[in-house]
Write a protein that binds this ligand. Structure first.
Ligand SMILES: Nc1ncnc2c1ncn2[C@@H]1O[C@H](COP(=O)(O)OP(=O)(O)O)[C@@H](O)[C@H]1O
Ligand SMILES: [Mg+2]
Length: 324
């Protein structure tokens, strides 16, 4: 599989403001040297606890946020340095599916117009062609084209997420960034949307960056997974390898918290420990491992020494010198 997006050493920090005047009192490092490759046609999972920087990475990828350093290449073009005109093209090829289908759709617009909007904005279709494309998009995501005249509130949560997906697909993007696309939905509806994304990938040859805090969801859809902790990628691997044998203690802990489909094959396969406490160190600078304060394998060296992302071959990297 060839590389569609190559992210290298991406950094992003936000000012922390305090006091009545909102003076800057420090920095929050939301992304630390994030390097990640997204391959053409794959569904790459990005997983980690809330606040670890997943959305910030997505926003940098869409240039809704400017990175402080590093490179994001889409087919060899660096998105971090694009000018306004070039950004327009990029926004056609990279589209976002939002978490919350209730707030991301304009309640006063008919869904036909919601889905058609990107086609109009990018000048991709008009007149009869616009109607045809819109009907086609609604059908593609499993909705009735004849329902195009209805408003978002007339649809269920799952259907609204389908509308959001249809809108994202309107410009025929190469990459779909789905940021917690099923987190606001009931479990039964989650599976339908996951299946839809999976089918769309196969049908359209899409590439999907699937972001979720929920490893159980990621397990259902992703080919490869990158695990993030406090702004860093701590492990990446093919999904089967990660779920079968997590190498980073944090991945193990996340996995140990996921309910197993078959309870009989249970306990001894769980290598990690259930996570306790909250991530600490987001604000503080540190030189060693970010996960060390919560890690059952931690030793003094973990605090002192910088932990590089070790490339183990076979598509596997891990940021822990104490991995198996
Ligand atoms: N615009 C912002 N200003 C200040 N801090 C931010 C901003 N956006 C995100 N953050 C902080 O950056 C960290 C990462 O946030 P985010 O990327 O939203 O995490 P996730 O999507 O994994 O939950 C969090 O600590 C969050 O509070
Ligand atoms: Mg988020």
């Amino acid at each position: 599989m060839s590389t569609l997006v190559s992210i290298r050493d991406l950094n992003k920090r936000f000012p922390i403001r305090s006091g009545a005047l909102g003076r800057r009192s420090g920095w929050l490092q939301a992304l630390r040297e994030v390097s990640l490759e997204i391959r053409r046609g794959e569904i790459l999972g990005l997983v980690g606890e809330s606040g670890c920087g997943k959305t910030t990475l997505a926003r940098c990828l869409l240039r809704l946020e400017r990175a402080d350093g590093g490179i994001i290449e889409l087919e060899g073009r660096d998105l971090t340095t694009l000018t306004r005109g070039d950004l327009r093209d990029m926004r056609r090829s990279v589209q976002l599916v939002f978490q919350d289908p209730w707030s991301s759709l304009n309640p006063r617009m008919r869904i036909r117009d919601i889905v058609a909007e990107p086609l109009r904005v990018h000048g991709l279709a008009s007149g009869a062609e616009l109607v045809r494309r819109t009907d086609e998009l609604l059908t593609l995501v499993g909705l009735e084209a004849t329902h195009g005249g209805r408003y978002p509130h007339e649809f269920s949560g799952g259907q609204r997420q389908r509308i959001g997906i249809a809108r994202a697909l309107a410009t025929e993007p190469q990459l779909l960034v789905a940021d917690e696309p099923v987190s606001a939905l009931d479990v039964s509806v989650q599976a339908q949307i996951i299946n839809l994304l999976h089918d769309l990938r196969d049908q359209l040859g899409l590439t999907i960056l699937f972001i979720s805090h929920d490893l159980a969801v990621v397990r259902q859809i992703c080919d490869r997974v990158a695990v993030m902790y406090l702004g860093q990628i701590v492990e990446s691997a093919q999904a089967g390898d990660l779920f079968g044998n997590p190498l980073h203690p944090y991945s193990g802990a996340l996995l140990a918290a996921v309910p197993r489909p078959d309870p009989r094959c249970g306990e001894e396969r769980v290598k990690g420990r259930i996570l306790e406490g909250d991530p600490v160190g987001g604000v503080k600078a540190f030189s060693g491992c970010a996960f060390q304060p919560r890690c059952f394998k931690a030793e003094p060296e973990c605090m002192r020494n910088y932990q590089p992302l070790l490339n183990l071959g076979n598509d596997r990297s891990v940021r822990c010198h104490r991995h198996e």
